[in-house]
Design a protein around this ligand. Structure first.
Ligand code: PBG
Length: 327
């Protein structure tokens, strides 16, 4: 019987040793909290498919944004839910539309204490639920949508947002948004491009969160889950068009994409741990099938390890607290 001289287990013996040799550490400053604000609400409302996540009123959003900043999260990403929708999603570019009002509220509340970001997309504002304008035949019209995004970007910038997140997967959206911002004197507003965004079943609970009744699906503009190289092409285009940061979305089912994107570019890479990823863990935990806190930290650590420098997660505030307790 020969015994091993080399024993990897030595480095796993105690919590102190494991902490010392850990290769990946999630920092609260790298977490970004997505937040929903609904027009006309007086009290915040729970979202059944996202237990623990709220549709905020304007007031509760301000408070929750201040708490998130206090908890040390790196940023917040705002999504608006309008009372009225129309085919062109006109609420998005209305300075008095809910998202733009919410940006002003949150900026007034937190200032520069955290980075304030806004979703730049039409799906929350269109009656058909698509991320863009439709042609008479019902196709998503790429170039007409770009004009709408440019207008929306400028309105968000005027409201004071620090970062816009074009998320509609229209060709050329980053370049158009960058040029529109620059032409309006908003050279300092940062673009976080949803560069590699897949047509994913994991966005399911988000539809309830924003009350979107999508007609059809998004497969003519979001990517096929079968493809990885296509993401590298999308990311390269977005960087060439002026993206300051790029995102891969969803996160956990696409860790290989995340890793490849990290290797391919030098700009910061974000990952979005989407609604379905959150809901799966919450549902399993509610049934007693999984250790909730351990699962949350394991998913975040894995996304970080795969190459994400920043993570959008509905657990951002809670995870920031857990990370402080455990490290
Ligand atoms: C588009 C947008 C979506 C999500 C974030 N931005 C919906 C979609 O593209 O279908 C989904 C986020 C999530 O599922 O948590 N405005």
């Amino acid at each position: 019987m020969s015994y091993p001289e080399i024993r990897p287990r030595r480095l796993r013996r105690t919590p102190a040793m494991r902490r010392l040799v850990a290769e990946t550490r999630v920092n609260p400053a790298e977490l970004i909290l997505p937040m929903f604000v609904k027009e006309g609400l007086t009290d915040p409302r729970p979202i059944t498919s996202l237990p623990g996540v709220l549709q905020h009123s304007r007031d509760s959003l301000r408070k929750a944004a201040a708490e998130a900043a206090q908890a040390g999260v790196g940023g917040i990403m705002l999504f608006g839910i309008p009372e009225q929708r129309d085919p062109s999603g006109s609420g998005g570019a209305d300075p008095d539309g809910i998202l733009n009002v919410a940006i002003r509220d949150v900026i007034a509340e937190v200032g520069d204490a955290t980075v304030v970001m806004s979703d730049l997309c039409l799906d929350e504002f269109t009656s058909h639920g698509h991320c863009g304008l439709l042609t008479p035949d019902g196709e998503v019209d790429n170039d007409a949508t770009l004009t709408a995004y440019a207008e929306m970007a400028v309105v968000q910038a005027e409201a004071g947002v620090h970062v816009v997140g074009p998320s509609g997967m229209m060709d050329g959206q980053v370049g158009v948004v960058r040029r529109a911002l620059d032409a309006a004197g908003h050279q300092d507003v940062t673009v976080l491009a949803y560069a590699a965004k897949y047509a994913s079943a994991f966005f399911g609970p988000f539809r309830e969160a924003v009350e979107s009744a999508l007609e059809g699906d998004r497969r003519t503009y979001q990517q096929d889950p079968a493809n990885l190289r296509e993401s590298l092409r999308e990311v390269a285009l977005d960087v060439a068009e002026g993206a300051d940061m790029v995102m891969v979305k969803p996160a956990l089912p696409y860790l290989d994409v995340l890793s490849a994107v990290r290797d391919a570019v030098d700009v910061p890479v974000a990952a979005y741990q989407v609604s379905g990823e959150y809901a799966m863990v919450e549902a399993a935990a509610a049934n007693g099938w999984i250790d909730r806190e351990a699962a949350i930290l394991e998913t975040l650590t894995s996304i970080r390890r795969a190459g994400a420098q920043m993570i959008l997660t509905y657990w951002a505030v809670e995870a920031a607290q857990l990370l402080r307790e455990r490290y």
